[in-house]
Design a protein around this ligand. Structure first.
Ligand code: SAM
Length: 272
């Protein structure tokens, strides 16, 4: 972190010396908003799965394709980005508002550093908000004034759970959280979900889960069948729940057999 950035965030960010998922992910995206403790977790994760940086880029690239598709081709004007992470190049609001300057975007993240950076970046953007909240309490998130001010729950919303549900343990009931969100939005809304995916042919899934659990206290790499349950009651759009680069690709995917391509899968689904 530069001195200026660190001064800017010091007043609002309580750094307790523990690594956070937001900052570890920032390391994966080659960002500069992270501490040594976060880089250590990133290094331990990369030691078991060197493809993680490539995977993070695939995740961001899918986010861009999905938001553009929903804003441009499905007329979605509201995006609730849950577990949004630190602002990085071409965030949800940039992509959505490029298509429709009136598109509304609310970023929600448990890590206050996201708010610290977001607040400065979005000062002059009336159609975007950042809020610190815990999606394990979805009813509270949905009731937040910052959410209600921008998102009209009588109109279709895109609910984004991108790279976050693998940070929730089974006992935190990710399926129940998605179900609560699904019940809160009207027909015509979309769910966009990506998640680490357990590969049966490699040992890395178990090893990565161990690193994340021991160093971040969160981490659950789920099977394709478990991931499909997130989409219960929704109509999954073609091409389905697929390795991220294969979701409506804009470029030819030369080799779809690698761990870097297959370890994270995702999909988009419509509430009918
Ligand atoms: N969605 C972004 C993306 O895919 O580019 C960032 C994904 S990052 C891997 C996961 C984010 O989820 C982190 O910023 C972390 O702080 C956030 N997160 C983890 N648990 C959360 C919770 N219970 N409530 C809200 N945010 C959470």
């Amino acid at each position: 972190m530069s001195t200026e950035e660190s001064e800017q965030s010091q007043s609002v960010v309580f750094d307790d010396g523990a690594p956070t998922a937001a900052r570890v992910y920032d390391v994966m995206l080659n960002g500069k908003d992270n501490y040594q403790i976060d880089r250590q977790v990133a290094e331990a994760s990369l030691a078991v799965m060197p493809e993680l940086k490539e995977i993070a880029l695939h995740n961001r690239a899918m986010l861009h394709r999905v938001v553009r598709y929903l804003a441009a081709e499905q007329g979605i004007t509201q995006f609730l980005d849950l577990g949004s992470g630190l602002p990085s190049a071409r965030n949800t609001h940039e992509v959505a508002q490029e298509v429709n300057p009136d598109a509304k975007v609310v970023y929600v993240d448990i890590d206050p550093i996201v708010l610290a950076y977001g607040r400065a970046l979005l000062e002059n953007n009336a159609n975007t908000r950042v809020v610190t909240a815990d999606i394990r309490k979805p009813d509270e998130v949905l009731a937040l004034p910052e959410v209600r001010e921008l998102i009209d729950f009588d109109k279709p919303v895109c609910v984004m759970l991108v790279g976050i549900l693998h940070h929730l343990l089974d006992e935190e009931d990710p399926n129940g959280i998605v179900a609560t969100l699904r019940d809160a939005v009207p027909a015509g809304s979309y769910f966009f979900i990506t998640n680490f995916t357990r590969l049966s042919d490699t040992p890395e899934s178990d090893q990565l889960e161990e690193v994340l659990l021991s160093q971040l206290g969160t981490g659950r790499v789920r099977t394709p069948a478990e991931l499909a349950e997130y989409f219960d009651g929704l109509e999954i759009l073609p091409p389905g729940i697929v390795p991220l680069p294969l979701w409506r690709p804009e470029e030819i995917v030369i080799d779809a057999t690698t761990v870097g391509v297959r370890f994270m899968t995702g999909g988009v689904a419509l509430k009918t």
